[in-house]
Design a protein around this ligand. Structure first.
Ligand code: ZN
Length: 161
């Protein structure tokens, strides 16, 4: 039997565009959120990101443009800081994207791309989703541990489920 998170669509994150990650973090910290130590740069999106867990699965994502260009920079220029997109996690992004296309919705990328935090991502165009930029995301399996020549003896490597 698969757990809910493996079979259902669940909230992954809410993304908010800020001009400055430090200032953005400071506000949400005052609400009680704690940000991950490391920020991540996503070159394919032209942004730096900072994540704070909200509950067992979902996070707040702060986005800030890396340069005075790109879609997130344009977003701030046009609309100011604010909610940028809402991301839903699905078990199989390729299947979900095919399903959405079948229903006549427009996706931003022909194929899912690598996003932050080891995820595959695609977006539903806001024209297809009633004005909200919707991200579809699938968590990729963790990378295989690199073998550094050390003995694995005594380390349980089996599937514990
Ligand atoms: Zn996102």
């Amino acid at each position: 039997m698969v757990s809910d998170s493996e079979s259902k669509t669940i909230l992954d994150h809410i993304a908010v565009v800020v001009e400055d990650l430090d200032q953005g973090e400071a506000f949400y910290q005052s609400l009680g959120l704690e940000f991950d130590q490391e920020r991540e740069v996503v070159p394919s999106q032209g942004v730096a990101t900072s994540f704070a867990p909200i509950d067992w699965n979902s996070s707040l994502e702060l986005l800030s443009p890396l340069a005075d260009e790109g879609p997130v920079y344009d977003f701030i220029k046009k609309r100011g800081a604010g909610i940028h997109h809402v991301a839903f996690q699905v078990p199989d992004i390729h299947a979900k994207c095919a399903e959405l296309k079948e229903l006549g919705h427009t996706l931003l990328y022909p194929e899912p791309r690598e996003g932050a935090r080891r995820r595959l991502v695609n977006f539903v165009h806001p024209k297809s989703s009633k004005g909200v930029l919707v991200e579809i995301t699938q968590v990729l399996a963790p990378p295989e541990e690199e073998d550094e020549g050390e003995s694995d003896e005594g380390v349980f490597k089996g599937d514990s489920r």
